[in-house]
Ligand binder design. Structure first.
Ligand code: NAD
Length: 290
């Protein structure tokens, strides 16, 4: 933990994260590094709160005038009922990761999708008006699906395996189709020829499943011969930083984008919504040792 140079005083403003289990989170290091760098008299703390204590916590933070906080599992959907306003992205995702308190009026939004869009843009890649292939239908994938569609990606081919997330994939693709101008296709991940075809027509491929993350680090959902050097390959997994997919894509000559960048930019977006300032992303990355 970096040493705090700005003393805590009666003016120090508090931000935080409510979730459980959450002590391992990198968010406090990220936000506190940004506050420190920008000379802001603010502090970001973690509170282990599950669904049971959630309502009282939200009301307590509102009463205390806390300007903003993050929400993570298991509270991302449950918190919505206690808020006053919900962003379009959060409504479509059914999930909130950021709460902004404007003089007692609580707005919930989700920054994961914005974070992913910014991570791609920061690498000089422009997905707007293009077709992408998206693997997954869980929390991360839904956030990307929704934000990409809202921002103007022309077509998204979503693949998921036949598991407990399949029904969610059906519902979310229908919802996004009905609420945006994006063309959304849904396929079974088991259909390898369809996967090959959709990737061959895509500007970018993104893995937003937990395949590739420890302990599934030996799994890569695509074959090397499905990739071509012009394809951009993004993975939301950041543990390990270079997943089997990214290593395979590098071998195939593709430009690759790792999950850490999305993690940084989703935090940066929360930071911007609370403070109106841009997070010094490069400095924070260094502070996190990344
Ligand atoms: P989730 O549990 O909501 O969804 C899991 C998804 O992975 C589902 O679509 C499921 O079908 C799929 N899946 C799991 N194992 C699979 C396998 N072996 N083969 C095919 N599909 C498989 O999880 P989530 O919250 O969406 O997180 C997914 C990954 O994204 C995790 O590794 C998480 O760490 C990462 N993540 C990264 C960021 C970031 O900022 N970079 C943000 C959120 C999540």
């Amino acid at each position: 933990m970096p040493e705090r140079k700005i003393p805590i005083t009666g003016h120090t403003e508090m931000f935080g994260l409510i979730a459980t289990p959450i002590r391992h989170s990198m968010s406090p290091t990220l936000h506190n590094a940004a506050f420190e760098k920008l000379g802001m008299d603010k502090v970001y703390l973690v509170f282990e709160v599950g669904k049971e204590g959630l309502e009282k916590t939200v009301e307590g933070l509102r009463a205390m005038g806390v300007r903003g906080y993050n929400v993570s599992m298991p509270n991302k959907a449950a918190v919505m009922q206690y808020l006053d306003k919900i962003s379009t992205a959060s409504e479509l995702c059914g999930s909130v990761n950021t709460v902004i308190n404007d003089d007692g009026v609580l707005t919930g939004t989700i920054t994961d999708g914005v974070g992913w869009m910014q991570s791609v843009a920061s690498e000089g890649c422009d997905v707007i008006g293009k077709k992408i292939t998206l693997l997954g239908a869980g929390g991360a994938a839904t956030a990307i699906l929704v934000q990409a569609a809202l921002d103007g990606v022309a077509e998204i081919s979503l693949f998921n395996r036949d598991d407990e997330f399949w029904q969610r994939a059906v519902e979310k693709t229908e919802l996004v189709r009905s609420k945006t101008n994006c063309r959304v296709n849904l396929y079974h991940l088991e259909d390898r020829e369809q996967l090959r075809k959709e990737i061959s027509e895509s500007y970018l491929l993104v893995n937003a499943t937990s395949a590739g993350m420890k302990p599934q680090e030996d799994i890569c959902l695509v074959d090397e011969d499905m990739l071509r050097p012009e394809l951009i390959v993004s993975d939301v997994v950041y543990n390990p930083m270079v997943t089997k997919l990214l290593a395979t894509a590098e071998k195939a000559g593709c430009k690759t984008i790792g999950g850490l960048s999305m993690m940084m930019y989703q935090g940066a977006e929360s930071f911007r919504l609370w403070t109106g300032e841009e997070m010094p992303v490069d400095y924070c990355r260094e502070k996190l040792g990344l």
